[in-house]
Design a binder for this molecule. Structure first.
Ligand SMILES: [Zn+2]
Length: 506
């Protein structure tokens, strides 16, 4: 059974998680890495699978825009330091088209997930707090502060926080920062807080002390408590967590326990998942490190982007390293195989992975392999062929792959001048070029010309490699390239004849 269907059937069979409410969340603290699309996509697949089983289900995605800004984009360091510590919803956006950092980064991420067909209703944590939806859980958390401390200690084995610790942070009424405040008293109506100059290393508090009601958006719960609180407030019954949070005694376990013991709400179905590491270790030294969620739209069609995460599933960590490799062409090949399984009644899991990867109506992908297309887009005058084969959309992605990711091996350029490499041609190879050019006047199909060139080489005692190398060296200045006949036919006939003639005499 396909992994998403297995998860959905486990959820249904355990009979504990109705109504089915799938949720995931993200803090919009910067432009997200492409790997962060994994969560929304796998939740989308599970959501679809629940619905395909005839169940009613909801899917929400929370933007954690109440979280404090704790880091700055490298390009604005030095000029936006005053924004650090403020809630992201109040931190000034470096792009003036957006009101806040949360709006800028949040909408950037939402666009990226919508592109991948993630159908979740988007919720703003800031709004939920400000509408008073969290008031009840805030009271429960403040009243249960001691018990929450015990849970941290029991579940994670961490040492007990200092006496009087309270699980809440207030937006400082003087400087507007959230990340710097510490609440030290709770009287059942108001909390007392101090804005500490050195509570955190990344922001400096102003020293202000105040007393304020914790309700209605004046402040928020700390992360692990906040996570559990969201489940209860929204009514979540299914929310996964990446491996980094889902280790035994980690934040996922802590939030689950708080959910149950403090908020008296059944914790959601437990779904730890492994990541697709984009680029793996190599990434740190390559351009790929900067691969952002919003870049995916120009690199892969939406359905292939979903498929990248679908084929991996949730059980094993894999690397996807597009830089200077053929990882992207292989992904397209795999996607085509999954499509074949779907349309030709092949392997059921593969077919299902294709089906759940669709965005909008189900479409048959092209038959031509991506690696071949990547050669076509580097040849002149191939537009007609590309159009005829219905490859227009994929051709755009092939161009991007050639420009941004392909190794030098996979790139070629028709040399406008006779390449100096022709000096390496043997006399037999030169003779071969003369023979080929004499036959170019006829009308050829790619297949026939390819066979004919091979025969001509054979007649002269050349192997296939030497035969085609003569053509590549003359046209590209290197000894390998795309299928030679198609390359020749994509070029102006006069140009090829002249080139072969020049190369044979050089
Ligand atoms: Zn302050």
């Amino acid at each position: 059974m396909f992994w998403a269907d297995k998860v959905a059937s486990d959820i249904i069979n355990s009979k504990k998680y109705k109504p089915y409410w799938v949720d995931d969340m993200k803090t919009p603290s910067g432009f997200s890495h492409v790997g962060s699309l994994m969560g929304p996509v796998i939740h989308s697949m599970i959501y679809r699978s629940l619905k395909d089983s005839g169940q009613k289900a909801n899917y929400t995605f929370v933007i954690n825009d109440f979280d404090p800004a704790d880091d700055l984009l490298p390009e604005i360091r030095g000029s936006f330091e005053s924004e650090l510590g403020k809630p992201l919803k109040l931190a000034k956006s470096p792009d003036p088209k957006f009101k806040s950092m949360a709006d800028l980064f949040g909408s950037d991420f939402v666009n990226a997930i919508k592109n991948l067909g993630v159908e979740a209703e988007i919720l703003s944590s800031w709004e939920l707090y400000h509408k008073g939806k969290f008031d009840e859980v805030i009271r429960q958390a403040l009243d249960g502060a001691e018990k929450i401390q015990d849970i941290y200690q029991r579940v994670s084995g961490s040492r007990k926080k200092e006496a009087g610790w309270l699980p809440f942070q207030v937006i400082c009424e003087k400087c507007g920062k959230l990340g710097t405040t510490k609440v030290f008293a709770w009287d059942g109506e108001k909390v007392s807080y101090k804005c500490e100059p050195s509570l955190v290393t990344w922001a400096k508090g102003c020293g202000h002390e105040g007393k304020i009601s914790p309700f209605g958006g004046t402040g928020k719960l700390p992360w692990k408590v906040d996570w559990a609180a969201h489940w209860k407030v929204i009514g979540v019954t299914v929310e996964g967590a990446g491996k980094d949070h889902a280790s035994a005694g980690g934040s996922y376990d802590i939030a689950m326990t708080i959910c149950k013991e403090i908020f008296n709400y059944d914790p959601p179905f437990k779904l730890p998942y492994e990541f697709v590491l984009i680029g793996g270790k190599k990434m740190s030294s390559s351009k790929g490190l900067g691969l952002k969620a919003h870049d995916l739209v120009s690199i892969l069609p939406p359905s292939v982007g979903r498929y990248l995460f679908a084929r991996n599933g949730i059980k094993s960590q894999t690397n996807f390293d597009p830089e200077g490799t053929n990882a992207i062409p292989v992904l397209f090949d795999d996607y085509q195989k999954a499509a074949d399984a779907y349309f030709e009644d092949g392997d059921k899991d593969l077919a299902r992975s294709f089906e759940l990867s669709q965005v909008g109506k189900i479409e048959k992908p092209p038959k031509v392999r991506f690696s071949v297309l990547a050669q076509w887009v580097q040849m002149p005058d191939m537009e007609e062929e590309i159009k005829k084969e219905g490859l227009g959309t994929w051709a755009e992605y092939a161009k991007v792959w050639v420009d941004r990711f392909a190794s030098e091996e996979d790139k070629f350029t028709i040399q406008q001048e006779l390449p100096s490499e022709v000096k390496k041609l043997s006399s037999i190879q030169r003779h071969l070029l003369e023979k080929i050019l004499k036959e170019l006047g006829e009308t050829w199909t790619g297949e026939d010309l390819q066979t004919r060139i091979y025969e001509l080489g054979k007649e002269l005692g050349l192997g296939g490699k030497e035969t085609f190398a003569a053509i590549y060296i003359s046209l590209l200045g290197k000894d390998h390239g795309p299928k030679a006949a198609w390359l020749i036919l994509s070029l102006d006939k006069k140009f090829v004849v002249q080139r072969f003639s020049d190369a044979s005499k050089a």
